[in-house]
Design a protein around this ligand. Sequence first.
Ligand code: FPP
Length: 246
Amino acid sequence: MLDQSQLPRHIAIIMDGNGRWARQQGKPRIMGHQAGVRSVQEVVKCARELEIKALTLYAFSTENWRRPGSEVENLMGLLQTYLESQLDKMLQNQVQLRTCGRIERLPPKVRRILEKTMAKTAANDGLILNLALSYGSRDELLRATRHLAREVAQGCLQPEEISEELFSAQLDSAGLPDPDLMIRTGGEARLSNFLLWQLSYSELYFTRVLWPDFGREDFLAAIADYQQRQRRFGRTGEQVNDREQA
Ligand code: FPP
């Protein structure tokens, strides 16, 4: 049973294991990604029902461009079909689409549908569905650093004025709370260049379940696990208990 008062505001997910899932079934890798889209739909629906504020999904990394051209094309096609088929549902359910990463590197057709979906859902005030596309955390950090360095060089900003808040505001995730919980499926325990700044204080949850097998029950189990943890943010356990009782 989940504690409704202790739900994570923002959940980030590394959706891993599509390829292995397909191999286990003796199917081509793309079938794993196709099955992964069903998990995306189920998790988005569940997050919306729970009234989670934001869900960030790592859908395509800067490193994923190194995959065979046919797989990249297939993934772009799946993304396009997903967006086209979900627009009405997003509007009905107050889901707002956002992205992080270099979407200018995506094929023009995909970019157009992303931009259209973002514009049409911009006023929705339910779940923020943030898709990380052509995303790499180091790339994002460098872009933010270059931007601030330019402002300093132009004399519009003093180095001492660069605070955590100002820096966060330069990231693609500006305006979103940092993730409280990060889930990675597929059995690996690494961050793979995902939200390195934003995950500083997040609870990390790793599961062996492959992404296409990850459904509502697994999502709820990850949140239940999160609710068992004590988040101390550098304080002692006793300090946290005293604050909670106050
Ligand atoms: C990792 O599995 C998964 C990806 C690189 C792509 C994730 C994409 C989807 C779930 C579908 C499209 C997304 C949306 C939002 C509609 P892998 O291929 O690395 O798996 P493996 O490690 O088992 O090979």
